[in-house]
Design a binder for this molecule. Structure first.
Ligand code: SF4
Length: 304
């Protein structure tokens, strides 16, 4: 198996240290936490980029700038973070969706997620917690004519109130994108999505309308919106261009060392502002290296 050193990857990123992300590919903090804890303690991870073989990433704690944990449920992390022997710096991308079993079949209820946000913000600082309502969409059970919008004013108000109480001043939003695998998975769940794109009649307008609703709720609590790959929302003045991995912010939070170069592996044409990092997740769904995600979100882009 090919092995790379974190300091060599960081040098290629034009940086002193490497930013780790766990993970865009699966919910590691909820379903693969042993691997995160063991890896941080032993200095070895086994990432697998899309369509590439698994490789070994070796590191000492001093080669790592910070560790980004991406999840819908940090309950296990909050219980077990003390098992990591070294003083890493952590930041979070916390996805929130409404408590509608059709779109959030497994992840915890919003009230529990807001409780976790409050604890993370207290432990690691509110700016280290990037709350994402991601993605916004409408759906309908197959056979019904009316679209349902689960992002109700009550949901949005509860999110913004909880974020504000935790000291959080920015929330990230995105709109659902069409992927054939998403449409097929939704079909198996007995639903279909309304896409806010040019191909859907009224799609662009609906996307702006959804964004405006979020902006209005956020504004009541002094929260600014960032977009994840949504130039239309930026152009409409609803959100500022966002970066889920933001080297400049990470350097200001945790001290210099992280790359501030744009990540060419992300959807830059779609407005992604992420900077270079290394994702330690794998797309494998089965076998000994499986990173299967048990959250089973019908709108998941990551799973095959
Ligand atoms: S099913 Fe997909 S969208 Fe849902 S938590 Fe897992 S990786 Fe994320």
């Amino acid at each position: 198996m090919n092995s790379v050193r974190a300091r060599d990857v960081a040098a290629k990123h034009g940086a002193e240290k490497l930013v780790l992300v766990a993970s865009r590919r699966t919910d590691m903090p909820r379903f693969h936490l042993d691997e995160i804890i063991d890896g941080l303690n032993t200095g070895v991870f086994h990432p697998q980029p899309l369509m590439n073989p698994v490789f070994e990433l070796a590191f000492t704690p001093g080669e790592i700038h910070s560790v980004g944990l991406w999840s819908q449920d940090y309950s296990l992390w909050l219980d077990r973070r003390g098992e990591v022997k070294y003083p890493y710096r952590y930041w979070y991308r916390f996805t929130l969706l409404p408590d509608d079993p059709a779109v959030k079949p497994v992840a915890p209820p919003l009230a529990e997620q807001l409780r976790q946000i409050e604890i993370l913000a207290r432990a690691d600082g509110p700016d280290a917690v990037n709350v994402c309502i991601d993605p916004l969409f409408r759906y309908r059970p197959i056979g019904e004519s009316e679209w349902r919008d689960p992002f109700t004013p009550e949901f949005l108000d509860e999110v913004m109130r909880g974020c504000s109480a935790a000291g959080i001043t920015r929330v990230t939003i995105s709109l659902i994108d069409y992927y054939r695998k998403v449409e097929e998975r939704a079909c198996r769940f007995g639903i279909e999505f309304f896409y806010t794109d040019k191909k859907t009649p009224g799609g662009i307008e609906a996307g702006i309308c959804m964004g405006m609703k979020v902006k209005s709720a956020a504004g009541r609590y002094g929260i600014g919106l960032r977009s994840c790959c949504e130039p239309g929302l930026v152009d409409a003045g609803i959100a500022r261009k966002g970066s889920c991995t933001d080297g400049r912010l990470l350097n200001s939070l945790f001290g210099a060392g992280a790359s501030e170069r744009p990540d060419p592996g992300q959807r830059r044409k779609a407005g992604c502002g992420c900077t270079l990092s290394m994702d330690i997740g794998r797309y494998a769904e089965y076998g000994p290296m499986s990173h299967h995600c048990g959250h089973d979100c019908p709108q998941c882009y990551a799973r095959r």
